[in-house]
Design a protein around this ligand. Structure first.
Ligand code: SOE
Length: 393
C-alpha cells in the first residue's frame, strides 16, 4: 500500500441485505464503537432490487446502494467485500472480488458444491500471496462461551476427547405450508439443513477439538416433499434433516443431528463434549452459559458447573459490559468483523480460512455420498473426490 493510501479508511462493500446482511450491517455499524482497529467506511450496499437496496442502505447506514456487484468490486475505493448473498452466488462473487484485490468475508457455507469451494480456495491462495485476505463466516466460533470451550479443551481441562454430540435444531419449516424459498431448492442452496446448519455443527466439532474428520456415515431426509410456490405446489429438492457419525483423526467420535422441522426448537445449536478428565455442554438458546464438569474432583463432588460467560477475562467480553450483563446472538458478528479487520490490518490470515470452509464442504459432500449409499462409511482420505489436496499434489 502506498504511503498516501495508508491513511485512507478501508472502503467496505456488502452484497446482500436479507437476514445475514442485516446481522453483518449491525456488526459493521458497531465494531468501531467497542473495538480498536483500522479505520473503515460502510461505503456501499448491493442488492438486486434498486428500491429495496436503497431503503436498506439508508436504514442500515451504508453511504450508497447499487445493483451491480461487478461494478462495485471494480471500484478503487472498495477494499473489502462482505458477501451475504445466497449460496449460489458465493463462488462467482468471491473469486472475482479476490482477483480484483479485495479482502473477502463470505457467509457460510463456503459454497454450494465441492468444486466451487475448491475454486474459491485456489483464488484465496493466489490472492493471499498478494496480501489479500479471505475469511468464511462460521460466526459461532466467536460466541464467548464457545471460544471459552475451545480454550478449556485446548489446555487439556477435558483430557482426551472421546465423544461429541452436536445438534442444530430449528422449526421454521415445521409447518408444511411454509412457502418455497431459495433455501429449499438444490440449484440455489446446494442442500437443505445439511449445508445450512450441519455446516455450523461440523465446523464447531473440528474447531473445538482442533482435529479433522476422517470418516463419515450419514443420512438425509425430507419430510415435506412439496411446498406452496408462486405458481402452485413446488417440489422440495433438499433435505429437512440430516444425521451423521464422524470419526476424527485423534480418536474421538462425533454424532451430528440437524433439522429445520424440529417443532419447539427455535435455534438450538447444542454441543456436548465428553473427555477423560472433564465434559462441557453449550446450547445457543442459552448463549451466555457454558456447563462445565471437572472430572478431576472427587466423584462425590462432581457435577456440571454453570459458567456465566460474561466476565471481562472471558473471550471478547471485556469490550462490552461488566460481569453479568449478558450478550446476544448478534455480538458474535461484531467479534467477527473485529477479527477480520485486525487480520487485514496486520496482514495475517483470518480464521476460519477458505481452507477451513473447504474442509467442512468435503464433510458435507461425504455425508451426501454416504446417504446415497444407504449410510455406508465414507473415508475422506480414500475418496478421490473428497481427499484433501496435499501440498505439491
Ligand atoms: C437458517 O437456518 C439460519 O439463518 C442459518 O442460515 C444461519 O447460519 C444460522 O446461524 C441461523 O439459522
Amino acid at each position: 500500500m502506498l504511503d498516501h493510501e495508508a491513511a485512507r479508511p478501508l472502503g467496505v462493500a456488502m452484497i446482500g441485505y436479507a437476514f445475514m446482511g442485516k446481522a453483518h450491517s449491525n456488526a459493521w455499524r458497531n465494531v468501531a464503537s467497542y473495538f480498536d482497529g483500522p479505520a473503515f467506511e460502510r461505503r456501499i450496499l448491493v442488492g438486486r432490487d434498486p428500491a429495496g437496496v436503497a431503503a436498506a442502505a439508508a436504514q442500515y447506514g451504508w453511504t450508497e446502494s447499487a445493483t451491480d456487484w461487478r461494478e462495485v468490486i471494480a471500484r478503487d475505493d472498495i477494499d473489502v467485500v462482505d458477501i451475504c448473498a445466497p449460496g449460489w452466488l458465493h463462488a462467482e462473487i468471491a473469486i472475482a472480488a479476490l482477483a480484483a484485490g479485495k479482502h473477502v468475508l463470505v457467509e457460510k457455507p463456503l459454497a454450494n458444491t465441492l468444486a466451487e469451494a475448491e475454486a474459491m480456495v485456489e483464488a484465496a491462495q493466489a490472492a493471499r500471496n498478494r496480501g489479500v485476505q479471505s475469511m468464511v463466516g462460521y460466526t459461532y466460533r466467536r460466541v464467548p462461551a464457545l471460544a471459552l470451550a475451545k480454550e478449556l479443551i485446548s489446555v487439556g481441562r477435558l483430557g482426551t476427547i472421546r465423544q461429541v454430540r452436536a445438534s442444530y435444531l430449528q422449526d421454521w419449516l415445521a409447518d408444511g405450508q411454509a412457502p418455497m424459498t431459495w433455501r429449499l431448492r438444490k440449484e440455489s442452496a446446494g442442500s437443505g439443513a445439511l449445508g445450512d446448519i450441519a455446516s455450523h455443527a461440523i465446523d464447531q466439532v473440528q474447531f473445538l477439538l482442533g482435529d479433522t474428520v476422517t470418516e463419515v456415515s450419514g443420512r438425509l431426509h425430507t419430510f415435506t416433499t412439496e411446498r406452496p410456490g408462486s405458481g402452485g405446489p413446488e417440489p422440495v429438492t433438499v433435505d429437512d434433516a440430516a444425521w451423521a457419525t464422524l470419526s476424527l483423526a485423534g480418536g474421538a467420535v462425533a454424532s451430528i443431528e440437524v433439522s429445520r422441522v424440529a417443532l419447539g426448537k427455535k435455534n438450538s445449536l447444542s454441543i456436548e463434549v465428553y473427555g477423560s478428565r472433564g465434559a462441557l455442554h453449550f446450547d445457543l438458546e442459552n448463549i451466555n452459559e457454558l456447563q462445565f464438569l471437572d472430572g478431576t474432583v472427587p466423584s462425590r463432588e462432581q457435577g456440571f458447573t454453570r459458567i456465566l460467560v460474561t466476565d471481562p477475562e472471558h473471550p471478547y467480553v471485556s469490550a462490552w459490559w461488566p460481569q453479568g450483563h449478558v450478550l446476544g446472538w448478534e455480538h458474535a458478528f461484531t467479534h467477527q468483523a473485529r477479527d477480520f479487520l485486525a487480520a487485514i490490518s496486520s496482514g495475517t490470515e483470518p480464521s476460519p480460512s477458505f481452507e477451513d470452509g473447504l474442509a467442512v464442504q468435503r464433510i458435507l459432500a461425504a455425508v451426501q455420498e454416504s446417504a446415497a449409499a444407504r449410510g455406508s462409511t465414507v473415508g475422506l482420505a480414500q475418496s478421490p473426490v473428497l481427499a484433501p489436496i496435499t501440498e505439491g499434489a
